[in-house]
Design a protein around this ligand. Sequence first.
Ligand SMILES: *Cc1c(COP(=O)(O)O)cnc(C)c1O
Length: 354
Amino acid sequence: MVEAMQIPVERVKESKLSQVDFNNLGFGKYFSDHMLEADWVNGEWKNVRIRPYEPLVYSPALSVLHYAQTIFEGQKAHKDENGNVHIFRPYENWKRMNRSAERMAMPQIPEEIFIEGMKQLIRLDKDFIPSGYDESLYIRPFMFATEETLGVKESSSYKFLIITGPVGAYFSAPARIYVEEKFTRAAPGGTGFAKTGGNYAASLLSSAEARKQGYDQVLWMDALEHKYVQEVGAMNIMFVIGDAIVTPDLSDGTILNGITRMSLLHLFREKGYKVEERKVSIDELVEAYKAGTLKEVFGCGTAATISHVRELKYKDLVMEFDVAQMTISAAMKKELLDYKENKLGDKYGWLVKV
Ligand SMILES: *Cc1c(COP(=O)(O)O)cnc(C)c1O
C-alpha cells in the first residue's frame, strides 16, 4: 500500500457555507470553499495543494485562451443515510481524463493527485454536500494549457484544478429534440471521444438555434453520411426498440464514453435485458416509430442520470412519445440513483468512500 500523500492545505478565512441556499441549489450556481491545484512544469507535476477557491490571474497570451487546449471531467459525490460520502466510479473519470489528455497532447494526471486529491478536497468541504434525495456534490476536475505564447503548439506548462459545488435534485422536463442535419459534432479521427472544451464550443450555435425553435437539444448525426445517430449535447442516447436496449457503439471514436451509459448498460445486462451496442440509423428509428416498436428514448449523463425525450423531430416527421409509458428507463433511473446514494449495497464496487 502506498501511503496517501498528504496535501498541504491553506484554509479560507471565512466560509461561504452560510451563503448557500440549500432549498434552492440548482446546478452549477454554488462553489465550495476550496479548490485543489497542481502545476505541470519542466515535465513534472508540482505544487499540489488545496487552497481557497478564488480567481486565477493570467496573461492575455495564455495559450488555452487562443487554441483551446483544455479538458475536463464531471462527476458526483453523494451523502448516504448514515452521513457517509461516496464518489461514484471516480477511477473511470480518472481514466477518461487521461484518454482525453492523450488526445489533446497534454500530460497524464497521476492517481494520487486525481483520486487522493479529490478525496481530501471533499473531506475538507464536506459541509457543502447536501443530503436530500438526488442532491449531491458536483465535482469538476479540469486541466488547461498555461504557456504564455501565441505559437501554435502543445503547451510546455499546464494547470490542473478540481472545484466542487452542491447541486440540487435534477428535475429535467421531458426533452424535445430534433435531428441536426446541418452541423456535425464529431468525425472519425477527431476529438469526439475526448471531454475537451472545443467540442462544446463548436456545438453552441446549434443548441442556440434549437432553443430559438423551441427545442431543448439536438441529436447529432455522423459526419460522413448524416445517417447514424451519435449523442445529444452532454448526454449519450439510448432507445428501447421492441424488447432490446439499443445505443450507438463507441467504435469510431466520435461518441463520448459516458460513465452513466456504461453503468446503465451493465445494470440492463444484469437484469437480463437484451442490450445492443451498434450503429443506429435514423431510418431504423423512423421505421420502428411507425411500427410502434420504438417505445422509449432517453439521454443519459451524470447531471440528470436519465432524461426522457418526449419529442424527436426529423425532417417533417415529429415523433411523439408518452413519457409515462417509459417504465423501463424510469425504473432504471431510480435504481442507478439509489445505487449512488448507497441504498443497494455496493454490489459492483462502484462507490469510493471519501
Ligand atoms: C460528459 C458527457 C456525456 C456523459 O458522460 P457521463 O460520464 O455519463 O457524465 C455524454 N456526452 C458528452 C458529449 C459528454 O460531454
